[in-house]
Design a protein around this ligand. Structure first.
Ligand SMILES: [Zn+2]
Length: 454
């Protein structure tokens, strides 16, 4: 789960499968064995994987192990792929010196960067006086003069308008955000080949800010000296169970294999719940479904890299899917199913964005123990890999056990703090509903206003 502070030889294969006889025997009741769940967790959350840091060799090792499990269960390579792994390059810009703000050719002291783009900024100053994001004026450089502005919605609106720099008055809120980010400006990374982030967010002390808003129309420059970039590789693991009907679409079952790695002091962030538990769900569903009769629909099992850095593995998958996204009937992401939220009905998992589509209610009607998200204000729907697919139109939700667990992003997210019986029962409860989805021609639809747009 992402912190809230700021992813052809198929045609031949399909022909071969279409001519293969479907196995008619009914599926024997499958039992998810607690020792399998425990063994998956024991490796994924082990010291040997050192917290599976995003886009690190530890993440690659974890993804390779997931791929080897997929192969052992009998999953095949996804259509058009020559292996079970998909890799992508993440570019991370880094600032080498102090940023400098100039207004009308004069340098302005006291600038604090909260978010920086990958390059310099230049443009004319526009003053926004309203605190309504919908009323934000267009311009390259915008100073937000209203004292009660909602910062994040304003930033999103400015970004939507193509603004390059948003300047705000320093406040307890802006200082709090900087502290949450570890005291340093965030410079968003990006997938190689994609456009880097293009907006900066910065504060000025009240006196400097008040002088600034008296100078609309002046030319503003933001110099970002010594900008360099590092490149790292992130790895997705993919396995495929072909269906019998090439026209029936494909189900996408996913989780993220990465976590936070090690803290600077060496502490391993094991991420047993976030999200080794989701990977365990994907693995155990793969084991169960691969052992059963072949279903009508194909099923893609995917464990993404670099979710914690901003959903890079799933964004890459969404841009390079092994089957066209229009063929993906739905996506269910599993995140943090290692314990149950006391607010949920006993045994139930919550579905993020429950009411955005008719998927959750249909799953419930077919026996899945699922409930609406009790924390809509946390925007969990937007904070996991499902969102990258949802942005591209795929009906995509995340199932979670307890998204506000006290171990969230803490060193205490270890196997000792998992509720393994709950986890095992949760995975068990989804096997028949997923079998039903794979056998049916049910195509979930977004409800009115449910599909997100960035
Ligand atoms: Zn997380």
């Amino acid at each position: 789960m992402i912190d809230s502070t700021l992813g052809r030889a198929g045609a031949v294969l399909a022909l071969l499968l279409a001519s293969a006889p479907a196995l008619a025997a009914p599926a024997a009741p499958w039992v998810v064995k607690p020792e399998w769940v425990k063994a998956d967790e024991a490796y994924l959350a082990s010291d040997a994987l050192a917290g599976r840091g995003s886009a690190t060799p530890d993440e690659a090792k974890a993804a390779a192990w997931v791929a080897s499990q997929f192969e052992q269960f009998g999953l095949v390579r996804a259509p058009g792929m020559s292996g079970y792994l998909q890799t992508a390059t993440i570019v991370q810009p880094k600032l080498g010196g102090a940023p400098a703000l100039g207004v009308g050719g004069q340098s302005v002291a006291g600038l604090t960067l909260l978010m920086a783009p990958a390059g310099e900024v230049r443009g004319r100053l526009v003053i926004a006086t309203s605190d309504d994001p919908a009323a934000l004026p267009a311009g390259d450089v915008i100073a937000l003069a209203s004292p009660k502005l909602p910062l994040i919605p304003m930033l999103m609106a400015a970004r939507g308008h193509g603004a390059k720099l948003l300047l705000v008055r320093e406040s307890a809120e802006t200082k709090g955000i900087l502290k949450q980010m570890g005291g340093a400006a965030r410079i968003p990374g990006y997938l190689e080949g994609d456009a880097p982030e293009s907006i900066a967010l910065a504060t000025l002390p009240p006196a400097e800010f008040d002088r600034l808003v008296q100078k609309p129309g002046q030319e503003v420059t933001l110099a970002l000296p010594g900008m360099t970039a590092t490149r790292s590789t992130t790895t997705n693991a993919l396995g495929y169970l072909p269906g019998t009907d090439p026209e029936a679409g494909v189900l996408l079952l996913s989780a993220h294999v990465d976590h936070l790695g090690r803290r600077p002091d060496g502490t391993i962030m094991h991420g047993a719940d976030d999200d080794a538990s989701g990977v365990t769900a994907v693995l155990e569903l793969a084991r169960a479904l691969a052992a059963g009769p072949r279903s009508r629909r194909g099923i893609l099992f995917v464990c993404y890299g670099s979710e914690e850095m901003g959903g890079f593995g799933s964004a890459y998958f969404g841009a390079h899917p092994p089957v066209p996204l229009s063929k993906i009937a739905l996506n269910i992401e599993f995140e943090m199913i290692g314990a149950q939220d006391p607010k949920l009905p006993r045994g139930a998992l919550m579905v993020t964005g429950y009411e955005r589509s008719n998927l959750a209610e249909t799953l419930a009607a077919h026996g899945a123990l699922v409930a609406p998200d009790p924390y809509p204000e946390q925007h969990f729907f937007e904070r996991s890999d499902n969102y990258q697919l949802a942005l591209k139109g795929v009906v995509a939700h995340t199932l979670s056990g307890w998204a506000t667990t006290p171990v969230y992003h803490q060193p205490t997210d270890t196997i000792a703090n998992l509720d393994l019986p709950f986890m095992t029962a949760a995975i068990q409860s989804l096997i028949e509903p997923v079998r039903w989805l794979a056998a049916s021609d049910f195509q979930p639809k977004w409800n009115a206003g449910g599909q997100p747009s960035r």
